[in-house]
Design a binder for this molecule. Structure first.
Ligand code: SF4
Length: 226
């Protein structure tokens, strides 16, 4: 627990990706009109959740005016509204909302992290930035001793996890798992990877991802914990 907490401190002071660090700071200075009275976080966002978690929620990156503003993963944007509402529904969150770091939210059996911890311009990190941040994810995977299920939100998170898994296990996956909503893959003894469409507005507003579909991912996760 101590090591995990120290790792989060290391992440928040990281400056490995100058383009992203500058972008996070710029967004924090310019702000969005509706958040003018906020003091933006404006730096790498730490992971959030239960150190004893069996489920890891792996997102892509903090949103510029969401987690980059509030300083907590999936907090303060529409994607986060979906995530916390669903986590609450399935008993993993104290509240069905997440507005700020001071809202009393607490997670049980779930830990949330990202493929990268800084908000990228246009939500598009470069391969080099993803690679820079991957060492943090590797260390989290090693420190979260009770993990059984990884839920990858979106194709980039899915491929990031697969690539790390191959590297850590020193072997390519064959056949290679394909991304598709609510598809599950057993990777190693007792560990599972579930793919999910990302709860971005692009997916939720077009009906590509419905609340029911998102809930099914957590039902799958629950069935794998039994
Ligand atoms: S994306 Fe990760 S590696 Fe890059 S600056 Fe942010 S925390 Fe550091």
């Amino acid at each position: 627990m101590q090591e995990l907490s120290e790792l989060q401190n290391e992440i928040t002071s990281c400056v490995r990706c100058p383009r992203l660090i500058n972008h996070c700071r710029d967004v924090a200075i310019i702000k969005r009109r509706m958040y003018m009275d906020w003091v933006y976080w404006g730096k790498p966002v730490p992971s959030f959740g239960d150190p004893e978690a069996q489920i890891l929620l792996l997102g892509l990156a903090p949103a510029a005016h969401g987690a980059n503003r509030t300083g907590r993963m999936f907090t303060g944007d529409r994607s986060g509204d979906w995530v916390y509402k669903t986590l609450y529904k399935y008993g993993y969150a104290r509240h069905g909302y997440s507005n700020s770091r001071c809202d009393g939210q607490k997670l049980h059996n779930v830990y949330i992290t990202g493929a990268i911890h800084c908000a990228p311009p246009f939500n598009k990190p470069t391969p080099e930035e993803l690679s820079n941040c991957s060492s943090y994810l590797i260390r989290e995977l090693q420190l979260l001793k009770k993990l059984k299920v990884i839920i990858a939100l979106g194709g980039i998170a899915f491929r990031t996890y697969l690539s790390l898994f191959s590297r850590l296990n020193l072997q390519p996956l064959s056949p290679k798992p394909q991304f598709g909503h609510n598809l599950k893959y057993q990777l190693g003894a007792g560990n599972w990877l579930i793919a999910s469409y990302h709860p971005s507005q692009q997916n939720t507003q077009t009906g590509r991802l419905t609340e029911e579909m998102f809930g099914q991912v957590f039902q799958t996760a629950e069935s794998l914990l039994l």
